[in-house]
Design a protein around this ligand. Structure first.
Ligand code: SAH
Ligand code: SF4
Ligand code: F3S
Length: 467
């Protein structure tokens, strides 16, 4: 009988991708995924360390898992409990101290070693020594973390594909360079092979992932003599767009300093590259940006937005913001509000600055009081909502091509994404799941569009992409 594997994923899309690959690594060992920890044989918490709240959740979840594990053991079974991801990397020893019943702690670059760690944990558990038995691996090994194709199962209509990992930028607030290690790009041939595989499994859309995805600089395929030895993201997408059956390409998350002209050109010239860009700006104040070590000014960001909209006037821009960074004055904060008004965002996430252990910003003077951070966050969010609502309102009465990738909230409804990444709901038969259909927009709101299936073929189908 198959062993039951439950993986809980926190944090970013990279973790979602990694969780799926860990399931692939464990499938040959007889593990099949289930959707509850209840009587699982193995539980993996794939964790996020980006803000304090995210990291603390892990310890409360571990506390809830403990009695489940103990009950399983009383009944003569075993529940292997593993903590993976960025909290594991940052606080490995601390996890084993606070939760000594954890069997395995593994950092984000060690997932291919999971089978061997399970074997080691089993040996440790069967030994008489009951204290400090946890197995820990938070190396940054030289071998690639996944050098295989995903499990040949069925893919959803939209699939993630990791192309770049790690970060060398060291923004002063951020843990990622410490938890994910140095920036690394996968060779283009590997990425393209995985993309073809995902399309063969049923993916219509591929989302290329990286902590700094537009810094991608992968080795060009050897067979392409004469072309550049290294490909950037624009070149990679040009090639991926040629895969038959692939209709849509997206990529996330990008850094403004790496937004080169090739990539902007890909948006203009490759129909499969969707008119949406998640380009976090963090702040609209130059002095805060400098203190964050972001390496661009607010006007640099405005210029990128202008360039993009020159080639694609309705380009949807998304962003992330941090409010209450140490030293942020009222004037600095107002510069952020001004930037939101100037640029106009289709979507944006905003966060209160969270001091992270070991990062330079955590030790800076002039930390902002919690109530001030909360007030600024509320003010910024209200403005962002207006910006999102205005962006969506432009689509009222228009027709958008929707890739239906999930059930809607009501019966007989499907939901999916427009090219501009808006969530779209429409009454639709199940047979349209996984298809791109044309939807006439009837209502628009802050976070979604609602419409009905239109009579004409989807614009992307007309543009020549496979429908
Ligand atoms: N690589 C991306 C962001 C990765 S982290 C970039 O360079 O923009 C995702 C988001 O979390 C960030 O954009 C930032 O807005 C937020 N974030 C990161 N560290 C944070 C911290 N210490 N406090 C609050 N928000 C943080
Ligand atoms: Fe973190 Fe992004 Fe800055 Fe890298 S570029 S340090 S991932 S915020
Ligand atoms: Fe979180 Fe690590 Fe992703 S800290 S946001 S899971 S890279």
């Amino acid at each position: 009988m198959a062993k039951k594997l439950f993986i809980k994923t926190y944090g970013c899309q990279m973790n979602v991708y990694d969780s799926a690959r860990m399931a692939d690594v464990l499938a040959p060992l007889g593990y099949a995924s289930v959707d509850t920890a209840e009587d699982a044989d193995m539980v993996i918490l794939n964790t996020c360390h980006i803000r304090e709240k995210a990291a603390e959740k892990v310890f409360s979840d571990l506390g809830r898992l403990r009695p489940l594990k103990e009950r399983k053991e009383r009944l003569g079974g075993n529940m292997v409990l593993a903590v993976a991801g960025c909290v594991a990397q940052a606080e490995g020893a601390e996890i084993l101290r606070r939760a000594p019943y954890v069997d395995i702690v593994l950092g984000p670059q060690t997932y291919h070693r999971l089978p061997e760690m399970i074997a080691r944990a089993a040996r440790a558990a069967s030994s008489e020594v009951k204290s400090g038995r946890g197995v820990i691996d938070t190396d940054f090994p030289v071998e690639p973390k996944f050098d295989f194709l995903p499990d040949p199962g069925v893919s959803g209509p939209s699939a993630y594909l990791s192309v770049q990992e790690g970060c060398d930028k060291f923004c002063t607030f951020c843990v990622v360079p410490y938890t994910r290690g140095a920036e690394f790009s996968r060779p283009a041939a590997d990425v393209l092979a995985e993309a073809r595989h995902l399309v063969a499994q049923g993916a219509r859309e591929i989302v290329l992932l990286g902590q700094n995805v537009n810094a991608y600089h992968g080795q060009a395929p050897k067979s392409r003599a004469g072309s550049a030895r290294v490909w950037g993201l624009g070149r990679l997408m040009l090639e991926a767009a040629g895969i038959e059956g692939l209709s849509r390409l997206r990529y996330t998350t990008s850094h403004p300093a790496d937004m080169d002209d090739d990539l902007i050109r890909a948006h203009a010239e490759v129909p499969a590259v969707m008119p949406f860009l998640h380009l976090p700006v963090q702040s609209g104040s130059d002095s805060v940006l400098a203190a964050m070590n972001r390496r661009y000014t607010a006007d640099d960001y405005r210029r990128i937005a202008d360039k993009l909209r020159k080639v694609l006037p309705d380009m949807a821009l998304a962003s992330d913001f941090i409010v209450g960074f140490p030293g942020e004055s009222r004037a600095d904060f107002e510069a952020t509000l001004k930037l939101v008004e100037d640029v106009g965002f289709a979507q944006a996430y905003s966060f209160k600055f969270s001091p992270r252990p070991g990062t330079p910003a955590a030790a800076m003077e002039q930390q902002i009081a919690e109530n001030e951070k909360a007030a600024r966050l509320a003010e910024l969010r209200a403005l962002i909502e207006r910006s999102q609502a205005a962006f969506n309102a432009r689509f009222a009465g228009k027709t958008v091509a929707v890739l239906f990738d999930r059930k809607g909230s009501r019966a007989n409804q499907l939901a999916g994404r427009s090219p501009h990444m808006q969530a779209v709901h429409a009454a639709a038969p199940d047979s349209l799941f996984g298809a791109i259909a044309q939807v006439e927009v009837e209502r628009t709101a802050v976070n979604s569009l609602t419409g009905r299936i239109g009579p004409h073929p989807a614009p992307e189908a007309r543009a020549g992409a496979a429908a």
